[in-house]
Design a protein around this ligand. Structure first.
Ligand SMILES: Cc1cc2nc3c(=O)[nH]c(=O)nc-3n(C[C@H](O)[C@H](O)[C@H](O)COP(=O)(O)OP(=O)(O)OC[C@H]3O[C@@H](n4cnc5c(N)ncnc54)[C@H](O)[C@@H]3O)c2cc1C
Length: 417
């Protein structure tokens, strides 16, 4: 893999020849007539699925079809929080697998994804949250996920700019995951894309899937804006557009699509080197390497497909943060944006078979699927390659909504990321 490796030596060599020797990171081919597997959606999950199909199963006759540009959906729009402190066992296993893959992703992909395990605190600002996070810390201990409940003094040590005595909600402690953190979202998509292209897979951008073709109850291909393309197996990995693709394939999903938004401030000097999430007042913040404060807000209260922010949420989020971080009141905000997330009733994703034969789905990550990209891709590749869910995705099929077997993460993921 990797015909031309990226390295300090390569940077020095190219500097000496005015950077004329770099190759394109991935090819942009025209679609072939037929592929073994088509993945719809070149976000992080789609690209990671393709990557692990090649790496773990040797399946490389794969096309990843993207209606826009790769990584231009939620993967390039999120606030990049990575953590695995979930309550339920199947979620902890999936998210911890993903977090552990992030630890070595830069080396595995030969692409610097800037994984920064700087630590994540989820603030407890009510007695209810204290009890809830202590419970999660105990569950994590049993699941092998390293977290601890810390008191307010330790919170203040880790985050000197925090005000512990908020006017409405004082900080009573927090759930601390020292190996959680952030990564560079675009780089995750670009790194997987380069590796997929290197394995001979075709990434076809600016090509919208407009229909799903089937014969005798099995998928046989897709219609696209670049014509029909045949396939033996289809993976639908389109986040906020999952309902549309499901409709094309002839089934319905237990999901809603809503806009989720974020904003960043002007760059300032380093002032906070951990990620802080305040779920009661609802706001969360980290500082990017450029110095901007990256701030996440909530989902719109109505279903929609607008990839932009709404003013009332910006106001609500900033107001909430000012209570806990008074310095935010002095910050100028630079820009805001939104992405379309697909939310399930139990706030857990769906990775599973669909009613259409040989058609599989990875969806429903809601507000928190960036952290799951390597684990979700790993599990979806296993599902597509073998035709059956593996240990990581066994509980995540959509039949759980018929069987009443929910993986309830509404505390860990209802509003948090
Ligand atoms: C503002 C915001 C903040 C967030 N913060 C965090 C966070 O801090 N931590 C975290 O873990 N998660 C976070 N998330 C959630 C996270 O971004 C998503 O769960 C994750 O990126 C989903 O990845 P994906 O690959 O499934 O989807 P996407 O990256 O959205 O990829 C799906 C792709 O499918 C393409 N597509 C759709 N329809 C078609 C079609 N018909 N034909 C071809 N292509 C199609 C889209 O163009 C898109 O590129 C946040 C999301 C938002 C919007």
């Amino acid at each position: 893999m990797f015909k031309r490796r990226y390295s300090a030596f390569a940077v020095a060599r190219e500097a000496a020849r005015f950077h004329t020797g770099w190759e394109r990171a991935w090819r942009s081919p025209e679609p072939k007539k037929k592929y073994d597997v088509i993945i719809v959606g070149a976000g992080g999950h789609g690209l990671a699925t393709a990557f692990y199909l090649g790496k773990n199963f040797g399946i490389t006759n794969v096309a990843i079809i993207e209606k826009g540009w790769l990584g231009g959906g939620n993967t390039g729009r999120n606030t990049t929080i990575i953590r695995s402190n979930y309550l339920q066992d199947p979620s902890a296993a999936l998210y911890e697998k993903a977090r552990s893959l992030y630890e070595t992703m830069s080396q595995d992909l030969n692409y610097n994804v800037m994984f920064s395990p700087r630590g994540v605190i989820m603030l407890a600002q009510t007695e209810h949250e204290v009890r809830g996070y202590k419970r999660t810390a105990h569950a994590n201990a049993l699941q092998g996920v390293q977290t601890e409940f810390i008191g307010p003094e330790r919170v203040k040590e880790l985050v000197p700019i925090i005000s512990l005595d908020g006017p409405r909600y004082p900080v009573l402690g927090g759930l601390w995951q020292a190996r959680g953190g952030t990564g560079r979202h675009d780089a995750v998509a670009w790194g997987y894309a380069r590796a997929c292209s290197d394995m001979g897979m075709d990434i076809i951008q600016k090509c919208e899937v407009t229909g799903v073709r089937s014969e005798n109850g099995k998928v046989v291909g897709v219609d696209t804006t670049k014509g029909a393309i045949e396939c033996d197996k289809l993976g639908i990995v389109v986040a906020g557009n999952s309902g549309h693709l499901a409709e094309m394939a002839g089934f319905r999903l237990p999901m809603e699509s809503v806009a989720l938004q974020a904003l960043v401030s002007e760059p300032i000097k380093p002032c906070m080197d951990v990620v802080v999430m305040a779920n009661t007042v609802h706001g969360y913040m980290s500082q990017s390497d450029k110095g901007e404060m990256v701030i996440g807000g909530g989902t719109d209260g109505f279903n929609n497909y607008t990839q932009r922010g709404s003013f009332h949420h910006v106001e609500e989020t900033v107001r909430a943060l000012v209570e806990t971080f008074p310095m935010v009141s002095r910050l100028k905000m630079l820009r805001q944006w939104g992405g379309i997330v697909d939310v399930t009733g139990d706030r857990s994703p769906v990775i599973g078979k669909t009613p259409l034969g040989n058609c599989f789905i990875n969806a429903g990550w809601g507000t928190g699927g960036f952290k799951a990209i390597p684990g979700g891709g790993w599990a979806t590749a296993e599902l597509i390659a073998t035709g059956e869910p593996g240990p990581l995705s066994a509980e995540f099929g959509m039949e759980r909504f018929i069987e009443g077997r929910f993986i309830d993460e509404s505390v860990a993921a209802g509003v948090a990321h």
